[in-house]
Design a protein around this ligand. Structure first.
Ligand code: RB5
Length: 151
């Protein structure tokens, strides 16, 4: 499988309680493909706070310890807002296949954020497949991405 990411590194994945079922399903998907991953939790459906899972996933991607990240919560807003506090993290909320493709092509997104309460598990799996196999287009999009970081 072609991927722009270094898939010899683990894929960092995390969720709150609202994203727990989807996280488990996506982990099965990764296992089916023989891809390494690090599960940062949560590990039950008990109510938790999404930053406790979004920060570790974002840190792993930021430090280059993970190939890329996957974050899930009910809306994806909480995990995306949290992850995007980290330098060089481009966490994209995706709710369909085309968005998952374009956030890679145009934004060089490095964390896929999935709103578990607003998409089906089938769409989540398809978005992950697209996200991890789509190249950044560079060019004019690179100029834009280079202007994102705050000094
Ligand atoms: C949890 O109820 C919910 O607030 C959370 O999953 C997320 O949607 C927050 O942004």
């Amino acid at each position: 499988m072609h991927s722009p990411f270094d898939l010899s590194k683990p894929i960092a994945i995390g969720s709150d309680h609202a994203g727990y079922d989807f996280k488990e399903q996506l982990i099965s998907f990764l296992e089916g493909k023989g891809l390494p991953y690090t599960d940062f939790g949560t590990h039950t459906k008990d109510s938790v706070d999404y930053p406790d899972f979004a920060h570790p996933v974002a840190s792993a991607v930021e430090k280059g310890e993970a190939a890329f990240g996957i974050l899930l919560c009910g809306t994806a807003n909480g995990v995306a807002i949290t992850a995007n506090k980290h330098q060089h993290i481009r966490a994209a909320i995706c709710w369909g296949e085309e968005i998952a493709k374009v956030c890679r092509e145009h934004n060089d997104a490095n964390i896929l954020c999935i709103p578990a309460r607003f998409v089906s598990e089938g769409v989540a799996e398809k978005m992950l497949q697209i996200f991890m196999t789509t190249n950044f287009e560079g060019g004019r999009h690179l100029n834009r991405v280079n202007k994102i970081a705050c000094a």
